[in-house]
Design a binder for this molecule. Structure first.
Ligand code: NDP
Length: 454
């Protein structure tokens, strides 16, 4: 890759994100393994935390440790002074600590050789996202600011770009003429897993929908950018998001639920409200669904459903486009209205990191009785991704290319889109439903949110 020698300082390197996702991803990058990137972990403790040293050992990486308290900007600036050349300060801190550190810097504090990488969430509502953006703009130019949302680096999400924009036939199909409804789903078996400190004040809507799923929906629905340069991609994403809004009032276009006790993969899971450190009064949801509409010629009238949940019966993450029925099938061609063709035809794209590719349902006749249609699936895998999602994002940060970095306006707009839902939920205007851990989620009874069959 031949990247400029760079120092990467991870502040908060003793945390879950660093040991579980950042260090393994760094180990995938040749410039890191071969020492062209100097790695520094930093945090409040004088000694490096075990989670950091263990992760480095496990992945065969070398790094130094520095003591620096993020609540003291002077300590962080001193740490930056100790390194020369291009330096990336990666804030892997609790969100509130990130915001107060950024607010405590003064213009001119961050030398030109320093770039800043920060993790989602970018703010905690629209106003705070706007304020964070203004503060960042005072400290350093946008060209040195990287807002990380690793979904943007996921090879399966990036597959969308080639699939849609390099294949005219698919691009024609990707339109309200052919598509009746789109669902973007991230359902997981994982329950709270001891993360109440973070999750109980966040919930499924903010954790997954406000950031990841809205970004994925923008990439899935946007018009073609003229290039993959950061400005063109951001413009296409922002144009799309500016046309997107909740499809109806929050009590009709949003649902929330939390899990009661049950079994996931044969293991007992306590009810969410009985998990350690959960405050039931907060009514935090572990399952959320919103229905959006897009005021754009290509998508007008097509419901866009974003859904996520924890402690569900299985892991499922995909983009599903339900295809419209043909206006008229010549009489004499029969569909056996049972079995496979009983469900609508769909286009499916996996969202998880390991599974690339696309599946398109197609009805064909001829195998048995030539007048009877049978459902077939055209599918292709996309090969092995070269890097994990964090690997792609970190590569782009280390090489100074922002194309996988979230735009400030994008983050603000994503808060704005869910604002009516947040407001209605906090006022208790949308009832919180329940589902048993290990089930497929709350019973879906309303037509507007009926789930596509699998
Ligand atoms: P953790 O709470 O696990 O870790 C935060 C780290 O920050 C800890 O090592 C903590 O050290 C350190 N820290 C806290 N206060 C200070 C301070 N004043 N000075 C220096 N260090 C401090 O959080 P995560 O690693 O889970 O998350 C970090 C960021 O990444 C968050 O913004 C989160 O939203 C985001 N993120 C996390 C994901 C994940 O899966 N974990 C996924 C996607 C994004 P100490 O031990 O001293 O408290």
């Amino acid at each position: 890759m031949g990247m400029e020698p760079t120092t990467l300082i991870i502040l908060g390197a003793g945390g879950d994100l660093t040991s579980r996702l950042i260090v393994p991803a760094l180990a995938e990058i040749a410039d890191v393994r071969e020492g062209r990137v100097v790695l520094v972990g930093a945090g409040r403790s004088a000694e490096p935390p075990e989670s950091w040293t263990d992760a480095l050992d496990q992945h065969g990486l070398k790094a130094t440790w520095a003591e620096a308290d993020a609540s003291s900007p002077g300590e962080v600036l001193d740490l930056l002074e100790q390194h020369s050349g291009r330096t990336v300060l990666y804030l892997a801190l609790p969100p509130s600590v990130t915001v107060s550190l950024i607010e405590s810097f003064s213009p001119g504090d961050l030398p030109e050789r320093v770039s800043l990488a920060l993790e989602k969430p970018f703010g905690s509502d629209r106003e705070s996202a706007e304020s964070l953006d203004r503060t960042l703009a005072r400290l350093l130019p946008e060209s040195r600011t990287f807002r990380v949302d690793h979904f943007l680096g996921s090879a399966s999400v990036l597959t969308l770009l080639g699939l849609r924009f390099a294949n005219r036939a698919i691009d024609r199909l990707w339109h309200r003429e052919a598509i009746e409804r789109i669902e973007i789903v991230w359902e997981e078996t994982l329950a709270l897993e001891g993360r109440a400190g973070y999750y109980d004040s966040t919930g499924a809507l903010v954790d997954m929908v406000q950031s990841h799923l809205l970004l994925v929906s923008a990439l899935a629905l946007m018009d073609a950018p003229s290039s993959l340069d950061v400005d063109d991609v951001r413009a296409a994403v922002d144009d799309l998001l500016s046309t997107m809004s909740l499809a109806d009032a929050p009590d009709r276009a949003s649902r929330r639920a939390r899990y009661t006790s049950g079994d996931v993969d044969g293991e007992p899971v306590p009810a969410y409200v009985d998990e350690n450190d959960v405050d039931p009064e907060l009514e935090t949801e572990t399952w959320a669904e919103i229905v959006l509409e897009v005021d754009h010629d290509r998508w007008r009238g097509v419901p866009i459903v974003l859904r996520t949940g924890k402690a569900l019966e299985r892991d499922r993450s995909e983009i599903v486009a339900v295809l419209r029925e043909p206006e008229e099938v010549p009489s004499g061609l029969h569909e056996p209205r049972s079995g496979e063709t009983a469900r609508p035809a769909m286009v499916r794209l996996p969202l998880d990191e390991e599974r690339l590719g696309v599946e398109i349902d197609i009805d064909l006749n001829g195998a048995g009785d030539p007048r009877v249609l049978e459902r077939r699936v055209l599918s292709t895998g996309g090969g092995e991704p070269r890097l994990s999602a964090y690997g792609e994002v970190l590569t782009s940060i280390l090489s100074g290319d922002r194309w996988l970095s979230v735009g400030g306006q994008t983050a603000i707009r994503c808060w704005e889109i869910i604002e009516p839902v947040l407001r209605a939920w906090s006022k208790g205007e949308v009832v919180i439903e329940e589902y048993a851990a290990g089930s497929s989620g709350p019973v879906l009874e309303r037509e507007s949110t009926s789930k596509v069959p699998e």
